[in-house]
Design a protein around this ligand. Sequence first.
Ligand code: PMP
Length: 382
Amino acid sequence: MQEIYFDNAATTQVLPEVAEMARKMMCEEYGNPSALYGRGLAAERAVKQAREQVAALIGAQPQEIIFTSGATESNNMAMRGAMKIRTRRGKHMVISALEHQSVIQTVRAMLELGYDFDLIPVETSGRINPGVVQNMMRPDTVFASIMLVNNEVGTVQPIADLRRAIDAKRSQVLLHVDASQALGKIPINVSELGVDFLTGSGHKLHAPKGVGFVYVRQGLRIPPFINGGGQEGGLRSGTENTPGICALGLAARLAQTQMEERYQQVKQVHDTFLQGLKGLDGWHINGRAAERLPHILSIAFDGVKSEVLLHMLEEQGIYVSAGAACSAHKDTLSHVLRAMRMRRNLIEGTLRFSFSHLNTTQEAELAAQAVCRSVQDLRGII
Ligand code: PMP
């Protein structure tokens, strides 16, 4: 049976050359970057190159990149660090209703430390209105967290406009952007976006799991997140994960050089899949087309329970998600779809299809046929 992997927002396949880079760093260039002999220096050089490659992908300086274990850690580090350096100015933050659990739960933990927050509402289209954010600014607001591309519906936020709106009311608000689902898919420039912190994860970008980074704008002096030997500019100690870091660096470079052709491939897969669903009625896409990337397609099917459909597709070798992978095990309705004010029955009938450039239009045709058949079967039973 041909397997079709349409869950690339959950994680991606590591590219062969990226895996080879990780192998090389484990088996050949395995020195500790802090060691003073040749093998250590070679590892240090490789990490330096990876830092440059990641920086280049987002228009940053290499010294502004701190490697971490992934976007969860990066989000924790950015948020806790930002609030600590602004404590004297205020303890209020705003985060969008679309954020990933790694942001939401960090805020929740910070409430116990005396911090306060408000949730930025989202329009039914999946977009955040800059005017709304502007009006939410209080004299004690010091931090805002707004993701670039949402992991459930693929909507892109107008970060530069949001920055301007915030500045118009309150300067000195630190802006954190979770770019995990945007990285390598659309051009990102931290200066043009006006962000102070930007986070990403290797495994969404065809690099391994367990490696990510946080961009910390030069001049911002956040306290160490992990104390120890002083690696990563003293912010995140611990012997560097050289296989992961160098794999991430290469994956970043490949994503940058192939961005346009990968995007076109994903767009074709997305368009072919939608074309294949034309014969089926009773479904709609969550999130307005103008705001969405083609990489993520969230579809609500009338009269269908998404979990049942998910397992029917799985039996046919097609792997998709019923929501964010990290909340899939929890018996709760998606907070993102609820924030977009979708009705309960539609949320319960929503599946997420997420594509990468490794997918083909032939896979899209086959998957669309399987979805049509399965949805019709399920509706027939009810
Ligand atoms: N932010 C977003 C938007 C994500 O999609 C994810 C991965 N589900 C994360 C953060 C967390 O990334 P990681 O699992 O690498 O910590």
